[in-house]
Design a protein around this ligand. Structure first.
Ligand code: GLN
Length: 507
């Protein structure tokens, strides 16, 4: 019933469409078995990011070091999709091992933002305007936006689902940390990595999320059933009292926090204007807007890049060219005797520039010289970021709160149900790299997405409605370029259903 009518019905058509945007790096042959299998996701075409293991196709993580790697097993999330009858159409392009924000660090080449094709603006004399699809799950977002699949799995460590969703004009959901199994997902930074879903609308994203949110004994960080139950009871109780799905479009009683730190100087005036329009309409429908402060968010980006790089440097150590990864053939006996040179040759040839940069950065942060000043400080900031979120949400954090305070803290008038902020500081940046820009300029793309990652809380980016005449006029004056921008909803850990319901109301 909710099957995608935009999707290309044959693999051949899909291959032709994909050639325009390079969203898929592998397209699976049509499988009669999966297409006819009964289940909750029967016939749903789902794309899978190329850092999630599939046994019937390569899993390259967009890296030369894993160019020919085929996993002997399916990731738990892939098993769940197949079990429910989904049709896994292929593997999607991404930044190497998930490290990047623009999907330009890929051995398969960049993914193009499909907006010119979907908006019908592609016929200009200058050809298609080439902009980034965002990253790192750029292939997943672009595949959905182009109508090449109904939904896609992505991973989000610091924004990698929400940022490309924002740039491509689709819905992207990073669930609470620990709800979706990471077994079979190639680790980037384990304490931050989340598997999530991208789709054209909130209902399809919810539908897939419902099927993959389950306790998995194979993932040591998977949230225990009791914890899931406790959190979702809080969220459901709140949802029932709000009755958002009554169909009246009314948002009476919903308390939306606007975190002041999420409007940095880097935010484009056009995005700010569009965001204001969303706030006006939410307010007009009865929602209460509450200015809040999450003071430590300003330090989140720096802390994130220290922690993520530190974990990455440890995770990347397994690609030694012997057990995992590419081995450069050598005839020289001296070379073979020198293990360090076997490592160095394979890793220098196999890892791209951004991965090498992260390994160096992370290794440095973990050295005894730097540990106290960088890694430990970043861990402290992370705790402060978590505390900031707990301080503003009316729903308690069941992972940390004591029983008594869990019971007592609801209904506090200063607190909010969810937070709302622009997903990104602007619309999709141009694809052609500006040589004057340093890698740090691309780190800035993640400014607004990393706080929720550090705190492990659910975050959903939905396309910002840009059609209202009022908005178009005001935003146009601010230099709005007409490309998609997203709005993000953040909730307390385990309030994923509430976040999705509010996202549906915003969209
Ligand atoms: N851009 C961020 C990084 O490079 C986030 C990536 C991600 O979420 N996987 O670390």
């Amino acid at each position: 019933s909710s099957r995608c009518t935009r999707c290309y019905s044959t693999r051949q058509a899909l291959i032709e469409q994909n050639a325009k945007i390079n969203a898929f790096v592998h397209i699976s042959p049509e499988s009669a078995a999966s297409a006819s299998k009964a289940g909750a996701l029967q016939g749903l075409k789902v794309a899978v990011k190329d850092n999630i293991a599939t046994k019937d196709s390569p899993t390259t993580c967009s890296s030369a070091i894993l160019k020919d790697f085929v996993s002997p097993f399916d990731a738990t999330v892939v098993k769940q999709l197949r079990r429910d009858g989904a049709d896994i159409v292929g593997k999607t392009n991404c930044d190497e091992f998930g490290m990047g924000s623009l999907n330009v660090y890929s051995v398969h080449g960049p993914t193009l933002n499909p907006f010119p094709y979907t908006s019908g603006a592609s016929t200009g004399a200058g050809g298609v305007e080439e902009r980034s699809a965002g990253g790192s799950s750029g292939g997943s977002a672009a595949a959905v936006a182009m109508g090449l699949c109904d939904a896609a799995l992505g991973t989000d460590t610091g924004g990698s689902i929400r940022l490309p969703a924002s740039y491509c004009g689709v819905v992207g959901f990073k669930p609470s940390y620990g709800l979706v199994s990471r077994w079979g997902v190639v680790s980037y930074a384990d304490s931050l990595d989340c598997v999530g879903v991208l789709g054209a609308d909130v209902p399809v994203v919810s539908r897939v999320f419902d099927r993959i949110s389950a306790f998995d004994t194979k993932d040591p960080t998977s949230a225990e059933p009791e914890l899931r139950e406790a959190a979702s009871t809080h969220a459901r109780r709140r949802l029932e009292s709000l009755a958002l799905d009554s169909g009246r479009g009314k948002l009476d009683g919903l308390r939306i926090g606007i975190p002041q730190e999420f409007f940095p100087s880097e935010l484009s005036p056009a995005v700010l204007d569009l965001f204001r329009g969303v706030l006006q309409s939410l307010q007009a429908r009865g929602a209460t807007l509450v200015p809040v402060s999450l003071p430590s968010s300003s330090y989140a980006l720096s802390a994130y890049y220290v922690l993520a790089s530190a974990e990455a440097s440890s995770n990347m150590a397994r690609y030694d060219g012997i057990q995992y990864g590419k081995r450069i053939p050598t005839n020289s006996l001296a070379d073979l005797r020198n293990v360090a040179s076997v490592y160095a040759q394979g890793r220098s040839a196999g890892f791209g520039p951004e991965v090498q940069r992260r390994i160096l950065l992370g290794t440095y942060a973990l050295t005894s010289d730097a540990f106290d000043n960088y890694f430990l400080q970043a861990q402290r900031v992370r705790q402060l970021v978590k505390d900031d979120f707990d301080a503003v949400f009316s729903i308690p954090n069941v992972r940390t709160a004591l029983e008594e305070s869990v019971e007592g803290s609801e209904g506090d008038s200063g607190k909010v149900d969810v937070l709302l902020h622009p997903s990104a500081i602007g619309s999709a940046p141009p694809l052609s790299p500006d040589s004057s820009k340093s890698p740090l300029d691309s780190y800035v793309q993640d400014l607004l997405t990393v706080p929720a990652s550090l705190a492990g809380v659910p975050a959903l980016s939905v396309p910002c409605p840009t059609t209202s005449t009022l908005l178009t006029r005001e935003a146009g004056e601010q230099g709005y370029d007409g490309w998609p921008v997203g709005v993000s909803v953040i909730g307390q850990w385990g309030s994923d259903e509430l976040v999705l319901a509010v996202g549906q109301a915003v969209a």
